[in-house]
Write a protein that binds this ligand. Structure first.
Ligand SMILES: [Zn+2]
Length: 320
């Protein structure tokens, strides 16, 4: 049986999985990203973790097809080079990560932007299956995007296309991690949600405070629980998030005329609380025909999306 490894490197966690050539995740492992302080340390860390995974599951080297890795930044997939990566420690400018990892593991390696990997995963095996035109947004620590047009992932001139999180939706708005102001990410990232939740707790939101105490800390899942238990401030946070996201999605719907917009990532678990205002905003802002055509849905693959997508991108690039 042929097998591959898909890796999804996030700002907090690294998820990796052994994937069969038919797209089934056979084994799965999670590592904390903070263990690796430099690109070279990450290569070494991934290398030993993948070898351990292979030995643990008795997978023969001869049938190993290679490794696909999604990284949270600007990646030139065709050259295997990372241009810019702001959410990981170390200096990442111009790092030939693909060839470093290939040398470490003595196998074929493909790298791409993490949100592109998630997009390919959902497109091929999840909520975007069967479509040729789709927009895929990943909401989490950062906000990533991937665009499929005419049945192909759109990469652009230097591989950085699809950075929907850095569409400016409010000029002069709050400062974003990228340095610009008023990006979508500055309104809907985990940090933005938690900032609003803390402000609501200071104003005396009792249910939200109780949920945070029970959970031992504040997370987007806690804000979602508080909304489910009737906290008005928590519901307002999600409604506002849906509206902001809706502005960006309306722009993307007008620009790209997708059949489907798929919203994934950890924050998408609060879907019931922000989907209504998201859809309403798209109907309000976008042209009527594309707004009526598009289906706006939650991602189906959860944490597996990035792993599977990385495996599919590797399969699609074929043998050298
Ligand atoms: Zn930005």
């Amino acid at each position: 049986m042929r097998w591959l490894v898909g890796v999804d490197v996030g700002g907090t966690q690294i998820k990796m999985g052994v994937v069969s050539a038919r797209g089934t995740v056979l084994a799965h492992r999670v590592l904390p990203t903070r263990l690796y302080a430099t690109p070279a340390a990450l290569v070494e860390g991934l290398g030993s973790a993948i070898e351990e995974l292979r030995e643990l599951h008795g997978l023969p080297r001869a049938s190993w097809q290679g490794v696909g890795v999604g990284l949270p930044g600007l990646v030139d997939q065709s050259r295997g080079v990372v241009h810019q990566l702001v959410n990981l420690p170390g200096r990442w400018r111009g790092i030939p990560f693909g060839s470093w990892l290939a040398r470490r593991l003595r196998c074929r390696c493909v790298i791409d932007n993490d949100a592109n990997m998630v997009a390919v995963g959902e497109w091929r095996a999840g909520a975007g299956r069967g479509t040729a035109h789709g927009v895929y947004l990943t909401l989490g620590t950062g906000v990533g995007g991937g665009i499929v047009s005419h049945g192909r992932l759109v990469r652009g001139a230097t591989g950085s296309a699809g950075e929907a999180g850095h569409m400016v939706i409010a000029p002069g708005g709050p400062r974003c991690a990228c340095g610009a102001r008023g990006c979508l990410e500055a309104y809907v990232s985990t940090a933005a949600i938690l900032r609003q939740a803390r402000a609501a707790m200071r104003r005396g939101s009792a249910i939200l405070r109780a949920c945070a105490t029970e959970a031992g800390g504040l997370t987007p899942a806690v804000v979602s629980d508080a909304a489910a238990r009737g906290d008005a401030a928590a519901r307002r946070i999600w409604r506002d998030l849906g509206e902001r996201l809706g502005v960006a999605v309306a722009n993307l719907v007008n620009l790209l005329n997708p059949e489907r917009v798929v919203i994934g990532g950890g924050v998408s678990n609060a879907w019931p609380w922000f989907a209504p205002s998201l859809r309403a905003e798209v109907r309000r802002q976008a042209f009527e025909l594309p707004a009526r055509t598009v289906r706006i849905v939650k991602g189906q693959l959860g944490e597996r999306a990035g792993i599977l997508g990385a495996a599919y991108v590797l399969m699609d690039t074929g043998d050298p």
